[in-house]
Design a protein around this ligand. Structure first.
Ligand SMILES: [Zn+2]
Length: 290
């Protein structure tokens, strides 16, 4: 499976970067859907067949800014045997980008597969990996984690103590709420449901748009069938509404659409005819350099 790809959206350079890529069965992402329906949609014979799945981030550069969207599992990821595991930082350096050049880290949400590289070990302590970055997270997501409502999530302690407290302690976290221009080319689109503060982002430049859906969709089929709710979603009715919102926005803007869990490089456009939604892959012109 591919671990990185670079392309342009308007004047912005985009790199899709994997922190681990695994062929794995996906039944928990389609657990409320009759097996026959989703296996047919994914062109597999049985629910236990493996399909490509990515744990990915996006590095964005333009308007004098270098921005990282989500930070993977980090060094303690559970998919050590997966292809390219724990390789996000290497992949960033391979693009010729230094970790200190990253101006902002922006999170779709705070699940463990999206925040892992926020910190690295330095002696007995954990310190921010991207020393010059500010972290941007939605206010709703931070509150959800801080008020303890997320418990008994198995990673609660690890995430707060190891990958979030060291950043909060250095005053590096800024919150946003609603639809906000979080970077000159990036607008937050609230898409709650997977988590209460889950956020997608619309990248816009020179008349082109790329909608980065985060975990509002773990697979393009979740956009085609926005009522297919995975077991990993916190609030089924909210997440269904959020996916409908993504589809509407993507069609309205004629935006390209991708997500961190889509295998690299899966980018498509959505359309709807007679209430049937389609995700048609776009043939992306890849660039050699970031
Ligand atoms: Zn995820």
């Amino acid at each position: 499976m591919r671990l990185s790809a670079t392309f342009k959206v308007g004047n912005i350079s985009v790199a899709a970067l994997s922190d681990a890529a695994a062929e794995m069965p996906l039944p928990k992402f389609f657990n409320q859907v009759p097996d026959e329906d989703w296996t047919t949609a994914l062109s597999i014979a049985t629910p236990d067949d493996s399909v490509p799945f990515n744990f990915g981030s996006f590095l964005l550069r333009g308007s004098g800014r270098t921005v990282l969207l989500d930070t993977g599992f980090g060094e303690q990821g559970p998919y050590a045997a997966a292809e390219g595991a724990a390789g996000l930082l290497d992949r960033i350096r391979d693009l010729g980008v230094g970790l200190d050049e990253i101006d902002a880290v922006i999170h779709t949400h705070l699940h463990f597969d999206h925040v892992g590289w926020n910190t690295v070990a330095e002696g007995d302590e954990r310190v921010p990996t991207f020393r010059n970055a500010v972290w941007r997270v939605s206010e709703e997501e931070i509150s959800w984690w801080n008020d303890g409502a997320v418990q008994p999530h198995p990673d609660y302690e690890h995430i707060l103590r190891d990958v979030f407290d060291p950043i909060v302690g250095q005053g590096k976290v800024e919150t946003f709420s609603g639809e906000t221009l979080v970077e000159p080319f990036l607008t937050s689109i609230p898409t709650p449901g997977h988590t209460p503060g889950h956020t997608s982002f619309l990248l816009s430049s020179a008349g082109e748009h790329l909608l980065l859906v985060g975990d509002a969709a773990h697979h393009p089929e979740h956009l085609i069938h926005h009522d297919w709710v995975p077991a990993v979603d916190n609030n089924p009715s909210e997440t269904t509404r959020s996916r409908r919102r993504i589809v509407n926005l993507a069609i309205e803007k004629d935006a390209m659409v991708t997500g961190g869990h889509f295998p690299i490089l899966t980018v498509g456009k959505l359309s709807e005819i007679d209430e049937e939604i389609s995700f048609l892959e776009v043939d992306i012109h890849e660039t050699d350099q970031f």
